[in-house]
Design a protein around this ligand. Structure first.
Ligand SMILES: Nc1ncnc2c1ncn2[C@@H]1O[C@H](COP(=O)(O)OP(=O)(O)OP(=O)(O)O)[C@@H](O)[C@H]1O
Ligand SMILES: [Mg+2]
Length: 340
């Protein structure tokens, strides 16, 4: 076995699962102009951990995920990175085509709106079997054995008997398990899950999160979990990245982010999560809305921020190391979050 073979088969524990520097995504407009949507973000996801990417609707979470997988429509979006490492692929220049061989094989992807992820006219088992036949060169009967193992893995009761069912025979939670099965079929090192529990009721949500956490611990998978639900984050994440209007405003360990956040936006998100609030404390959603893409000035959060002063409306704060987290704020929250 050559050193290269060993590198291929043995994950290097220390190397981050995802390490991206200077990711910028711009949409081209028909009038020849462009809109910046994700602006120079840098982050790393440690191997074997769950990193949560959070932020309100429109903050750029799904675009970020799609860029990491090389699936953004090149006719619409321009993507740049200074450095991108994912599942041990590494490049200094962004190259969507070079990412295609790692998609599915090394990086599993649960897309945000999985409506079209399953073909309603095809048996569940056959849809999964195709992955093994195409990527592993298996014949149908060998693939069928793998599919049954996979359906078992994602805890579909009586898995072998469900092979021949069509998607309509599955509940929402069971369909999501099948989609997860598809994402992890080829034993990827990294799983990017974009809002995998959003459409599900609370009990099923908890089961799906437990399943994802199980895949992480049992198979050493690294997970980038995208959600706007801080309750979910608190349950499963190790690290948290907070996005606002296309930028990272804070990142740090889950304990810090959920107890002593430095950024008023993170603190505001926390205050609006019932389960994380002090009993009896009022649940306050953050008033106002994020700016439209391309229309922010200074700190994009300043129009909604109770701590904002004049400088916040003109000068964009840079990410700086705070006591526990890294945050971009001129007037960070210093004495604990609402749980502190
Ligand atoms: N082609 C485009 N032209 C202009 N704006 C776009 C284009 N594509 C996406 N956007 C905008 O980019 C922003 C980020 O989109 P993205 O889907 O990444 O948000 P998100 O954080 O995943 O939100 P959600 O929580 O709703 O899934 C949104 O405001 C979206 O409207
Ligand atoms: Mg999204």
């Amino acid at each position: 076995m050559t050193l290269n073979d060993m590198m291929e088969t043995k994950p290097l524990a220390k190397e981050p699962a995802i390490d991206v520097a200077g990711l910028t995504i711009t949409a081209r407009k028909e009038d020849g102009g462009s809109v910046p949507l994700v602006k120079d973000i840098s982050f790393a996801c440690r191997a074997g951990e769950v990193t949560a990417l959070i932020g309100e609707s429109g903050s750029g979470k799904s675009l970020t995920a799609a860029a990491l997988l090389g699936v953004l429509d090149a006719a619409v979006y321009d993507v740049c990175t200074q450095d991108l490492a994912i599942a041990r692929y590494r490049a200094t220049t962004y190259d969507a085509e070079a990412l295609s061989p790692i998609r599915g094989r090394k990086v599993g992807y649960i897309v945000q709106d999985p409506g079209s992820a399953l073909d309603p006219t095809m048996k569940i088992g056959d849809q999964l079997a195709e992955l093994f036949m195409i990527h592993r060169g298996m014949n149908h009967s060998a693939a069928r054995v793998e599919v049954n193992r996979l359906l078992d893995l994602v805890r579909i009761p009586n898995a072998a008997a469900r092979y021949d069912d069509y998607p309509h025979a599955f509940s929402g939670g069971m369909k999501q398990r099948v989609i997860i099965a598809g994402a992890v079929a080829l034993s990827p090192e990294v799983l990017i899950a974009d809002e995998p529990t959003t459409a599900l009721d609370v009990t099923v949500q908890a089961e799906i999160l437990a399943l994802i956490d199980d895949l992480r611990t049992t198979y050493g998978m690294s997970v980038l979990l995208i959600t706007h639900d801080l309750g979910v984050v608190y349950q499963v994440a190790d690290h948290v990245i907070v996005m606002y209007a296309g930028r990272i405003v804070e990142k740090g360990p889950v304990e810090t982010i959920c107890t002593t956040p430095a950024h008023p936006y993170t603190a505001g998100l926390l205050a609006s999560v019932p389960d994380l609030s002090r009993s009896g404390a009022a649940i306050a959603a953050i008033p106002g809305n994020p700016p439209k893409p391309g229309q922010d000035q200074g700190c994009a959060f300043s129009p909604r921020c109770v701590r904002a002063q004049a400088v916040c409306t003109t000068d964009r704060p840079h990410l700086l190391q705070r006591a526990q987290s890294i945050a971009a704020c001129h007037f960070p929250v210093t004495s604990g979050g609402h749980l502190g």
